[in-house]
Write a protein that binds this ligand. Sequence first.
Ligand SMILES: *Cc1c(COP(=O)(O)O)cnc(C)c1O
Length: 376
Amino acid sequence: MQQIPFNKPLIEQDEIDAVTGVLRGGRLEGNAPVSKRVEKTLEKIVGAKFVLLMTSCTHALETAVRVLDLEPGDEVILPSFSFPSAANAVLLAGMKPVFAEVQPDTLNLDPEDMEKRITGRTRAVIPVHYAGVACDMGRIMEISRRSGLKVIEDAAQCMGAYCGQDALGTIGEIGAISFHATKNVVAGEGGAFITNNEELFHKADIFREKGTNRSRFLAGEIDKYSWVSPGSSYVLSDILAALLEVQLGKLDRLTSQRGRVDRIYRQGLLDLESEGLLQIGAVPQYCRPNYHIFFIQVDPARRDSVLRSLKEAGIQATTHFYPLHLSEMGRRMGWREGDFPVTETAFRSLIRLPIYPGLPDTEAMRIVETLQRILH
Ligand SMILES: *Cc1c(COP(=O)(O)O)cnc(C)c1O
């Protein structure tokens, strides 16, 4: 029986040609012609004024908390149900991550719970758009404005996803997208820092160039560059930018091929959902998703055995985020079991099914049939 992997990036001859083209051309560094072009392309695609390519989404998030003029001891609200990237960014800048609960159907930040956690020291919030499905940004932006909070969107999973007319990552002050090999559009490793604010853009540009004004030098605005502020080295190589450029050209195709798999799962699993045997991830009206993840939630008592049975059938399904508040690091910060019941249940009941552009319909249907057999 053929194994169905969980994920597989679509790499074709044009990606290979683009990368070898840069290798032959000799400009291997970043902040160079290909990266510049890709930044312009991304600005057009997402409809934002400024995009900076970075070495990862994690680095874009680190840059975001650095350029917002937050102070040590300031509190930043973010969901426990996430990757450690945003929490690390907050910690590394000497600030305090404050976890919040997610909504049970989308596993996105719960605006009501977020509001409850605002104190006199809260300065920012980092909503994470899970699975390429938008958080309730209307509510989150409204609460944030009222409380004077900056919004940094962790849109790591969201290339090609929208909330209403707005691309995810363009709604808050700053957004961060990932081009990691497991995301919808890949550079192997890589990320984008997005903003409409010119001052934040310039600060981030300096931060990613070792705290120097090298970008102004490259633009011919000054005749030598120097150290002007604290910074790091977060510039993406043109080799990876070339791979990303080809992938971005295929964005619609990559999204619609994932959408095809998503539709097969949604239709095929509807009966199991009405029988109460599983719950399919919700997509609210205001979202245009990019089908990054397809997840179901099953009875936590059965979850591991369902995963085992899928594996025996040659299907690589998997769980997701270990709640940050229950991690070794989270417990050291004083969080405890029971602090976020929805997050904890989500972690124990979640199964992600394989989804990638080259997954044939017949295989997606075999996965549906296998789940029907296992759950009945
Ligand atoms: C993938 C991911 C990240 C990390 O992205 P990198 O580009 O690998 O740093 C951060 N947050 C979320 C929600 C992710 O899914």
